[in-house]
Design a protein around this ligand. Structure first.
Ligand SMILES: Cc1cc2nc3c(=O)[nH]c(=O)nc-3n(C[C@H](O)[C@H](O)[C@H](O)COP(=O)(O)OP(=O)(O)OC[C@H]3O[C@@H](n4cnc5c(N)ncnc54)[C@H](O)[C@@H]3O)c2cc1C
Length: 409
């Protein structure tokens, strides 16, 4: 049985980031990931484009991966929100907020490559491919069995603190007895890369249509990252269209702000649910990232929020280690209570904001649409409302972890 202080189950974007952050502390940290790195089966490091906040960028700097990502990251200078066929629209401008950019767009694969390259240079013990199959609570932590194609007898590990970072359908969260609520939006996100006639000018477009919201994210010099959310049946139909038909349909929904769409890459589908774990922690267990909550992508907040889970947990552990000296126990009740209390407020705000947007823009009725238009116009004119949204999308609402403020862990 190999002994570790902390075992992180799941080496996706959030679990891998936590492992790197913790490698800066004097701790024996292990990471178990089911899918071999570089495999096309890896669900976290796919061709999706993610809008990351400035707070996320700072956390990436603090854990040493930003220099490997920066070249492939496209700054967002403006966000343009519109409602198809209505007069209301709103803009958020980096210059108005005194910021060089509102955030960046990065392909998940690029983030994954950077995280795993740094992990391989770190002190973290990596088990991959190795899947968590069973876990057993002990007095001082957890015993965990991993199955692996690399080891016929698998691996048996013990840890004082177990971290569930194994995604929305977390087996670790479930085996530890934390329930999760699931709300099926009956919508599917279609994700693809596009080419179009006009330069994006570093503007991210969010457009609400009768069929669902769509986001067009600036990517590199000549590409656009599409996230198009449709009711699941309509999404299936759209996925079956050939490229020309698909682009014609998309053009009708988005209009000509970027000129004509000329090309679309491979399309991927993601069914959407809101999943929320009943708690962020249990005895000797912390839950982070999508295992704690998975959100609708309408506001581009899921990964940013999940990474703040990792940054907060790392900070609570770093402080407890510094204050506790020899007596420090990473799985202690105090550590886990501080972590869970910190995350409650941040998650509550982001879930209410994201789910509220989905509901508001799902309303087909006239009066609500008019309120929405008025709201957008008001938002466009109100510096206070813009400041609030800018704060939120910068990952700067509530108590912000040190690394997201540009400090060290
Ligand atoms: C269409 C779409 C667009 C999005 N856009 C944005 C955006 O613009 N901005 C934003 O902030 N967020 C966005 N998100 C959300 C973001 O993608 C997720 O929040 C993020 O990927 C969560 O990462 P994670 O590491 O927590 O979980 P996951 O990505 O699910 O990773 C979990 C990992 O655990 C591993 N695993 C699973 N089971 C086991 C096991 N038994 N043993 C060992 N390992 C296991 C998996 O192989 C995987 O590597 C979007 C999501 C979608 C669907």
């Amino acid at each position: 049985m190999s002994q570790h202080d902390i075992l992180i189950c799941g080496g996706g974007l959030v679990g891998a980031s936590l492992a790197l952050a913790l490698s800066q502390l004097k701790l024996n940290v292990a990471l178990a990931e089911a899918v071999p790195f570089g495999s096309i089966e890896q669900p976290s490091f796919d061709e999706r484009t993610t809008a990351i906040s400035n707070g996320t960028q700072r956390i990436f700097s603090a854990i040493g991966v930003w220099p490997l990502i920066e070249r492939a990251a496209t700054p967002i200078k403006r966000i343009h929100v519109s409602d198809q066929g209505r007069f209301g629209f709103a803009r958020l401008d980096a210059r108005e907020q005194d910021l060089p950019q509102l955030g960046y767009v990065v392909v998940n694969r690029v983030m994954g490559e950077a995280l795993w390259r740094r992990l391989q240079e770190s002190s973290v013990k990596i088990y991959a491919p190795a899947k968590v199959s069973t876990l057993q609570k002990t007095d001082g932590g957890y015993e965990v069995a991993l199955t692996s194609a690399l080891a016929p007898n698998g691996y048996n590990l013990a840890a004082k603190l177990l971290v569930a970072a194994d995604g929305a359908n977390s087996v670790v969260r479930e085996a530890a007895g934390i329930s999760a609520s699931k709300q099926d939006y009956r919508q599917t996100a279609i994700v693809a890369n596009l080419a179009c006639q006009k330069f994006h000018n570093h503007i991210a477009y969010e457009r609400f249509t009768a069929e669902g919201p769509l986001a067009l994210l600036p990517l590199g010099d000549a590409r656009i990252g599409l996230v198009w959310v449709l009711e699941s049946e309509l999404a299936e139909q759209a996925l079956r269209l050939d490229d020309v038909e698909f682009l014609t349909r998309l053009q009708a929904a988005f209009g000509l702000r970027l000129g004509r769409f000329t090309q679309v890459g491979k399309r991927f589908a993601y069914p959407l649910t809101l999943t929320q774990a009943a708690a962020h922690s249990a005895d000797r267990l912390a839950v982070i990232g999508n295992a704690a909550q998975s959100l609708h992508p309408i506001a581009g907040q899921g990964f940013n929020l999940g990474l703040r889970d990792a940054a907060c947990l790392a900070e609570v552990l770093a402080d407890a280690q510094r204050d506790g000296g020899e007596r420090f126990d990473p799985g202690s009740v105090e550590v886990l209570q501080r972590y869970a209390a910190w995350r409650r407020e941040d998650r509550g705000g982001i879930v209410a904001f994201t789910d509220g947007l989905v509901r508001l823009f799902a309303q087909p009725f006239g009066p609500i649409k008019t309120v929405r238009d008025a709201g957008m116009l008001l938002f466009d004119l109100s510096p206070l409302a813009k400041d609030y949204l800018a704060q939120l999308s910068l990952g700067a609402a509530g108590k912000i972890p040190r690394m997201a403020r540009g400090g060290a862990l």
